[in-house]
Design a protein around this ligand. Structure first.
Ligand code: ZN
Length: 504
């Protein structure tokens, strides 16, 4: 038997509620791809611009006439609702199917089978308004998805960008963009509040599209918008944009870390309490907070102010038995941990020299690393494709798909940045490394200076240590490179190690 040929039918009505549906070129685009994948033979293409709510569409009638004459045996459309949304047209299609004049219907969005059950489902798709409403919202998303797939972020440009309506592009706003960038850079340093940033924008005369000053909550929103590093969020998914990024993903990640740390932890009064937000409770995992305790000494005739740290005990359904600890006692313990990673001047010198040597060797290896990352990148792209297939085949749930996808997109971007960093500055890791050794060189001084407690906190933060407090004892879990520093007490021990570059 000769395989059936198909008519491709695309419709975009002028109905108000349908305005955002997939455009005709987008429908044809999708349908052609679908036909190719399914191996369908397309005999002709019909394009309608009238609504399917009422019978009497010229192109539709013309096509059905040709079907009745046997010029094609199947119809390919985006969804049954493209073909018919009124009983007359729906009946006509079902009647032709019944008589085997029409043998098949194909839709990328709807599975149709020419069986009694399939016909039943089809009539539901044609006729039921509920179904239509549901699919409308799905189709609206699909229409936007076409745009989104091309990397065009739908909607208004965020602060620092402008919509170029003529070319349908989003461009950097030369006046505002540098200020938004500054906003990220400032916040990444970890010592400003959303309020101070809001005031900074106000002082520079930056207002929203509506002419209002940017409120604190809006600042949070800006700082968490992936748009600024070249991606954008749409329908809870992350897409790669075609717009020019304002900041790097690295800076964005740094800002997210600060937001995470500060929004839950940092009460505004914390300036009084240098170590709040630094430690977690070793018993229940909640943050350690602080408070003033005033003690009155009747005999001396004055009162003294003590600062105590304690678990916030905010965990629900679990009690925490941890006691208070005085700031002085806590400080002494923190000093001890800071000292553990100090570096002597002679060791520091040795390491800097050793780095210069490694820098030389590393330069020749860079090409190889770039190659490796490029293979990595291809892997991620494959995984994304496979993931999409699994999702479309209903193998994974939408939720799992989105989680995994966002994860992969993030990894992809990180690898891309690694490649461009390596290609631009082959030994980029050396700078942070140097900074790391320089920091370690200052440890002794910081531990010894009990006037500047904030500096101690900043130092411990810089090391990325995971600090917990249990039974008035501070436990310090050091990240790898700092732990290595501590484990290598003499220069000779370090000499034995192969190299000091980062693990690749
Ligand atoms: Zn606790």
């Amino acid at each position: 038997m000769k395989s059936p040929s198909y008519f491709l039918y695309a419709r975009k009505s002028t109905d108000d509620e349908e305005r955002q549906l997939l455009s005709i070129p987008a429908q044809i685009d999708e349908l052609r791809t679908f036909a190719q994948k399914e191996g369908l033979n397309i005999a002709d293409i019909f394009i309608e611009s009238k609504t399917a709510k009422v019978p009497g569409r010229d192109i539709f009638n013309q096509m059905m006439g040709k079907v009745e004459k046997g010029e094609a045996q199947g119809i390919l459309a985006w969804h049954p609702d493209r073909l018919a949304r009124n009983a007359v047209d729906a009946g006509r299609i079902v009647y032709l199917l019944d008589r085997n004049i029409l043998v098949d219907l194909k839709f990328p969005t709807f599975w149709f089978e020419n069986t009694p059950q399939g016909l039943f489902m089809l009539s539901i798709a044609f006729g039921q308004s509920k179904y239509y409403v549901d699919s409308l919202s799905e189709n609206t998303k699909r229409g936007l998805r076409q745009k989104v797939r091309k990397g065009e972020c739908p909607g208004q440009a965020p602060l620092g960008y402008v919509n170029d309506r003529l070319n349908k592009k989003i461009l950097l706003d030369p006046k505002v963009a540098p200020i938004v960038k500054e906003l990220f850079e400032t916040y990444a340093k970890g010592n400003s509040t959303f309020e101070s940033l809001s005031n900074m924008l106000k002082s520079k005369g930056i207002v929203s599209r509506g002419g209002k000053y940017i409120h604190n909550s809006r600042v949070t929103f800006i700082l968490s918008n992936p748009f600024y590093f070249g991606y954008f969020r749409f329908n809870k998914e992350i897409y790669q944009g075609i717009h020019e990024p304002l900041i790097t993903k690295k800076l964005y990640d740094e800002v997210q870390a600060v937001i995470k740390r500060r929004t839950h932890v940092f009460p505004l009064k914390s300036l009084d309490f240098p170590f709040t937000g630094l430690l977690r409770c070793g018993e229940c995992g909640m943050m350690i907070t602080a408070e003033h305790h005033f003690r009155r000494y009747e005999t001396v005739g004055h009162s003294q102010d003590f600062i105590y740290y304690r678990c916030t005990k905010k965990r629900r359904f679990a009690s925490c038995s941890q006691p208070f600890i005085r700031q002085e006692i806590l400080t002494a313990q923190l000093n001890h941990h800071i000292q553990k990673v100090s570096l002597s001047a002679s060791d520091h010198e040795w390491l800097i020299k050793r780095m210069a040597k490694d820098e030389h060797i590393q330069r020749s290896d860079t090409g190889e690393h770039v190659q490796g990352f490029k293979v990595d990148l291809l892997n991620r792209k494959d995984k994304l494709n496979n993931l999409l297939d699994s999702y479309l085949d209903n193998v994974v749930s939408r939720e799992d798909y989105l989680t995994k996808k966002n994860q992969l997109m993030g990894q992809k971007k990180t690898i891309e940045e690694k490649i461009s960093t390596l290609e631009r500055v082959p030994n980029k890791w050396l700078e942070p490394m140097r900074e790391f050794f320089d920091t370690a060189l200052t440890a002794d001084k910081i531990a010894g200076d009990n006037e500047n407690l904030i500096e101690k906190k900043e130092f411990l933060r810089k090391t990325g240590s995971n600090l917990t407090l249990k039974n008035r004892i501070v436990d310090c879990d050091l990240p790898e490179q700092w732990a290595a520093l501590r484990a290598a007490p003499t220069t000779r021990n370090r000499e034995a190690r192969a190299g000091i570059g980062p693990a690749q």
